[in-house]
Design a protein around this ligand. Structure first.
Ligand code: ADP
Ligand code: ZN
Ligand code: ZN
Length: 742
């Protein structure tokens, strides 16, 4: 046996794998991810390395291969843990070790540091105002300008101040002599946020919050590092609970990672963490440059950071003593990577927690089935918050059956109930959000008269309308001709739903001529900060109605919103994917939760063609557990995750015929490899988007109750693909428990 080892020298060299032989005393002792000591280079320097795979065959003459010396006793490099995590990811999600390593290791390119100067106000507000008056009286205009600017914002960039306020260095120096300002020059770390620490307000936890924290802490103190799910309604004070947990864990000298989906990573959230943890907090986001990220990682390694906040990739922060990982809004699909390895941050966080002895706290108002199922199986502890922290009630939700509206002769996109409530809110000067549910929309076909939806007889997901009047299933490839009339009621009103946000904006403007309307969708947020500008305009009361896609559902608190209208709730229900019921429930509950965050009570209207569907019924009742039970029944019946595991094999190639053939071979191989006959193999099918950039696409699905079997099959498929020249011109990726259809 030989071990393939990645030697932990300079990290640029990680791309190379070195083969070592395994001496008899180490046989059976090594596994993928084990840290070992090997002789390296000409002098056979003892060097650390990581086992990434094994092989039975020597790549060189056997006598030239050096042996592994021993297992490393104590890992020193922080990265070693991440290398082991990478090995786990490769194993679970497929792809190469190098791809996995590149995912977990921060970019190693060192960038020159930048020197930045800052001007800081040294006086408190009262004194500063007095001084300002003095300068104005004395007609010292430049000094007054500088001081007024700093009263506005007490700490500013030197370059900005001199340009924006048009003051010279001499002016700054003279104020510095008077003890009014200081000019600080430092080697700033890019990406650090400067802020003023707020006074920490004391907050009295309610009983549920108290319980959640103490349950977690009882375990933690006894060194039981587990997985917890904080299932708390919107506004129940989950974030406060996380912060208390973090405070305790960091109090032990350990560090914490907080994952927040980028879309919810708002300025307000960040400030809350700063208020608690000061500059021991660091933030990552996708807008940061490589240099900025690198600097933050350097701060981490120097031990200057206790809490790292960021999206998915922040999970790989190289902390020495990681004590806690929080995954907020754990149900978000953004936690799934779309690049190889297509890892899920929730599952990977749990794996990292296990490897490093850290607890993992998941949080959501609408937990993923995966997270809730985990608790039901006893692999996690459920911490429930049923009340809104500030005592507000949850919104009252109405369901409107749009088929009835049609019968009444109302062909508008707005139901009578919604219009009536909108008029009321406009009169009371309260705000309204209209949410068009377009998520996962991929051409499902339904009847406007009776709500009938055309589904695949084999997969129980909706069929998608393709060109040429074909309806296609994206799991199994089943196909039928588009219908002229509804098979259920005979109505001719059968077809796709095609209203956009712009259309809705127009309709609303026509219906409510005096209302001020803002629209937020892909078009209006294209420009930099477009997103934030619209949200802050709405927050400042510059509009009465905000119309938008799911973008408006997340992250922001608008205390003056007391009505949420959900248009076409069904749209996501029949996206051609097994998670559509879950996604719909989650969107509706989160959307309804946007209303009534302030003092006044909120209401929500769900407009739908299928009010009897459990996702919609349970969302209207805001009954998560009721939804969970129903949805799990469906997943069990159909063998979908989290009951079974689903492996998607995604294939792309320029030659469609060749691709078709190769996909067929791959399927045959999978059938043969499945010795126990425990797999269900579906497809290959063509996805909704059959061709991208002249590359055709096919997908094969493998379902199995045992995850291990699937990872084994994945390994076999990878080997088969590697040795078979026929797959050379085809790109193949694995996707475990995909979040949507390919
Ligand atoms: P979630 O993360 O569940 O949406 P937050 O932690 O953001 O909830 O809390 C919602 C609001 O309620 C915040 O303004 C928060 O400061 C406040 N809050 C949380 N817990 C309490 C409490 N025990 N007493 C008073 N206000 C609270
Ligand atoms: Zn019908
Ligand atoms: Zn099907």
């Amino acid at each position: 046996m030989y071990a393939d080892i990645i030697v932990d020298i300079t990290h640029e060299k990680l791309d190379r794998i070195f083969q070592y032989s395994i001496p008899s005393e180490l046989e059976g002792e090594l596994s993928v991810g084990t840290e070992v000591i090997v002789p390296f280079g000409k002098g056979n320097r003892e060097t650390r390395g990581y086992v990434v795979s094994f092989s039975g065959k020597a790549d060189y003459p056997a006598e030239k291969i050096k042996p592994v010396l021993k297992k490393a006793e104590r890992s020193v490099a922080i990265e070693s843990k991440l290398v082991a995590l990478a090995a786990w990811m490769k194993e679970q999600y497929g792809g190469t070790m190098i791809q996995a390593l590149k995912t977990v290791l921060p970019i190693k390119r060192k960038e020159p540091a930048r020197v930045r100067r800052r001007v800081r106000l040294l006086l408190d507000l009262e004194d500063a105002k007095e001084k300002l008056k003095y300068y104005l009286d004395k007609n010292q205009k430049a000094r007054a300008r500088l001081l007024a600017g700093l009263i506005d914002q007490p700490e500013q960039d030197y370059e900005l101040v001199t340009r924006k306020l048009n003051v010279t260095l001499t002016v700054i120096r003279s104020l510095e002599e008077q003890g009014v300002v200081s000019l600080e020059s430092e080697e700033t770390l890019r990406g650090s946020v400067h802020y003023r620490r707020h006074k920490e307000e004391t907050l009295h936890f309610n009983e549920e919050q108290e319980m959640a924290v103490s349950r977690f802490w009882e375990d933690y103190r006894r060194r039981i590092y587990g997985t917890y799910l904080v299932y708390g309604v919107t506004g129940s004070g989950k974030t406060e609970v996380y912060m208390e947990m973090i405070r305790r864990v960091t109090g032990l000298g350990k560090q914490a990672i907080v994952l927040i989906p980028e879309i919810a990573l708002t300025y307000q959230t960040v400030l809350r963490f700063y208020a608690h943890f000061g500059d021991r907090v660091s933030i990552l986001n996708s807008r940061m440059s490589a240099g900025e990220r690198y600097d933050q990682m350097e701060r981490v390694k120097r031990g200057e950071v206790d809490v790292m906040i960021g999206p998915r990739s922040a999970l790989f922060t190289p902390f020495q003593k990681l004590g806690l990982i929080v995954v907020d809004e754990e149900h978000e699909s953004a936690y799934k990577s779309e690049q190889v390895p297509r890892y899920h941050a929730r599952e990977t966080a749990i794996a990292r927690g296990k490897m490093e002895g850290a607890s993992v706290v998941l949080g959501s108002a609408t937990p993923s089935l995966e997270a809730f199922y985990r608790c039901r199986q006893g692999k996690g502890t459920l911490l429930t918050l049923t009340l809104r922290a500030a005592g507000q009630k949850l919104s009252k939700v109405y369901t409107v059956d749009m088929r009835e509206e049609l019968k009444k002769g109302n062909r508008s996109i707005l139901s009578d109930r919604l219009k009536e409530l909108m008029r009321d809110r406009l009169e009371h000067k309260q705000q309204i959000m209209l949410f068009l549910n377009r998520r996962g929309y991929a051409g499902f076909v339904s009847c406007r008269s009776c709500g009938y939806v055309v589904k695949c007889p084999h997969c129980d997901v909706s069929l998608s309308a393709h060109k040429g009047g074909r309806l296609v299933c994206h799991y199994c490839g089943y196909e039928e001709r588009a219908k002229e009339a509804c098979p259920s009621c005979g109505s001719k009103c059968i077809g796709g739903f095609r209203a956009g946000t712009q259309q809705i904006e127009d309709i609303v403007k026509r219906e409510f001529a005096h209302a001020r309307v803002l629209r937020m969708d892909m078009d209006t947020t294209k420009r930099k900060d477009g997103h934030e500008k619209i949200l802050s305009a709405f927050s400042n009361g510059e509009a009465d109605i905000l119309v938008g896609t799911q973008m408006i559902v997340k992250g922001h608190d608008f205390p003056n919103v007391t009505l949420v209208g959900i248009l076409a709730a069904d749209m996501s229900l029949y996206s051609n994917d097994y998670r559509s019921g879950e996604r719909t429930f989650e969107l509706l509950v989160q959307a309804a939760g946007r209303a009534g965050r302030g003092c006044a009570k909120g209401e929500a209207v769900i407009q739908t063609y299928s009010p009897e569907h459990y996702s919609i019924r349970m969302a209207a009742q805001q009954d998560y557990e009721g939804f969970y039970e129903e949805e799990m029944r469906y997943r069990k019946l159909m063998g979908y995750p989290p009951v079974s595991d689903l492996l998607a094999v995604l294939m792309t190639g320029a030659d469609e015929q060749h691709l078709e053939l190769a996909a067929g071979y791959l399927k045959e191989f999978a059938v043969r490899a499945d010795k126990q006959k425990s797999l269900q193999i579906i497809g290959p099918a063509s996805p909704y988007v059959n061709k991208v950039n002249d590359e055709y696409r096919r997908v094969l699905y493998l379902k199995c109750q045992r995850k291990k079997t699937l990872t084994e099959i994945k390994d076999l498929l990878e080997q088969y693909i590697e040795i078979n020249r026929g797959f050379d011109c085809i790109k193949i990726q694995f996707d475990f428990n995909p979040m949507g259809v390919f």
